[in-house]
Design a protein around this ligand. Structure first.
Ligand code: ZN
Length: 388
């Protein structure tokens, strides 16, 4: 590697700040809610065009229901080293029409618009880092870019792709937004999203009260019991965040339902807590009710390992040399795709994207001045990766 390789890649990226903001504007201004396949695919097509414009091999892995997975690869011909995987999702939580209400805009150092930080900013950073290595060479191993389509709904179509690519990689950088502090995410909770249904019996609650069996009465008991599984010291939290049920005010409720969000830190707590929830579901307090439980979606935790601590330490040094001296690792209770690659055993750090905040709200912002240094930090970390 020539001595000036680091300076060359830093300069190449610094010179592309405006190009990065331009691409960010383009992709933010395409609605791409998780269930909007055509919108998600339109964002994917823009990134494929970017790969094409920069001579990067790019292809799509089709999916019938959700957006296609988008792949990009920078590799020397015949390279067979394990790649570094730069990962991110291009779906947002926002409905179709959001872009026309509040398109990409800039106020001072902050960019706004749906998905600007979570995580189109990170995707733009990833593809430009790949383009820098395509233009300059010097990456010690292949650089793989994966742009997924459905993270905001727990990656039903992307999870197998992420696990496969994660297993094949030597390290994973997931470009979710950097924390508002500027820190990256070195640990994440796992999350399980569940739905439960309770069945009772309808009866007129005035004329025929004793024939009724109230599913809502049972729902109330189950909510209290499920919430009681929370153990803050262990990092286990339970939230019944949605409920509905009943037919009319003067009918005993024949049906009720709730949705549960379980978060945990230690992988072993997942099975233990799920078993406790199942017992609550199977054990009626209101005689005559029955219930069933269904897992609707799931994220695995990012557990720190010796290998992930090592790539974080190297990334931190790279960030310092890119002008980010105070960067540290943070733990987040939020879930992301990085849990899937961490759980297949590949060292993973998350939140290496440009710094932003207020994700999932109209207040979402991205700090424009963070795009270049975060891209430089990632590029330096890649450049310095030891490949044996
Ligand atoms: Zn995200």
């Amino acid at each position: 590697m020539p001595d000036n390789a680091e300076a060359a890649v830093m300069d190449w990226i610094a010179a592309r700040k405006d190009a990065m903001v331009d691409l960010l504007r383009e992709v933010v201004d395409i609605d791409s809610g998780s269930y909007d396949k055509s919108g998600v695919d339109a964002v994917g097509a823009r990134f494929l065009r970017f790969f094409d414009e920069h001579g990067i091999a790019g292809w799509r892995e089709p999916h019938e229901v959700f957006g296609d997975a988008i792949h990009g690869l920078v590799a020397e011909p015949g390279a067979n080293e394990k790649p570094i995987l730069l990962m991110g999702h291009r779906d947002t939580v926002f409905p179709k029409g959001e872009v026309s209400r509040r398109p990409f805009s800039i106020e001072g150092n902050r960019a706004h618009g749906p998905g600007v930080a979570d995580m189109k900013g990170g995707l733009v950073m990833n593809v430009f880092v790949a383009a820098a290595f395509k233009a300059l060479g010097g990456a010690p191993c292949p650089v793989k870019v994966l742009i997924t389509s459905d993270e905001e709904i727990a990656s039903p179509s992307s999870r197998p792709v992420i696990e496969r690519e994660g297993r094949a990689a030597r390290a994973v950088y997931n470009s979710e937004p950097g924390r508002p502090t500027g820190n990256v995410t070195t640990g994440r909770k796992g999350g399980v999203f569940m739905r439960f249904d309770i069945y009772g019996k309808a009866a007129h609650s005035g004329g025929n009260f004793t024939s009724g069996i109230s599913a809502i009465g049972e729902l109330a008991h189950k909510i209290v019991q499920i919430h009681a599984l929370t153990d803050l010291d262990k990092g286990i939290t339970l939230n019944v965040g949605l409920v509905s049920g009943g037919q009319s005010v003067n009918t005993t409720a024949p049906h009720a339902e709730g949705q549960i969000d379980l978060r945990y830190i230690h992988p072993a707590d997942r099975a233990k807590t799920l078993a406790a929830i199942q017992t609550i579901i199977d054990t009626p307090t209101v005689p005559g009710t029955t219930a069933k439980l269904e897992i609707k979606g799931e994220f695995l935790p990012v557990v720190e390992t010796e290998a992930s601590k090592a790539i974080f330490a190297a990334y931190k040094d790279a960030a310092r040399d890119a002008g980010l001296p105070n960067l540290a690792g943070e733990f987040s209770g939020g879930c992301a795709d990085s849990g899937f690659t961490a759980s297949v055993g590949t060292p993973t750090i998350c939140g290496v994207g440009p710094v932003g905040g207020n994700a999932h709200t109209v207040e979402e912002y991205l700090e424009i001045d963070s795009i270049v240094p975060r891209a430089q930090a990632l590029a330096l970390a890649i450049l310095r990766t030891k490949v044996d």
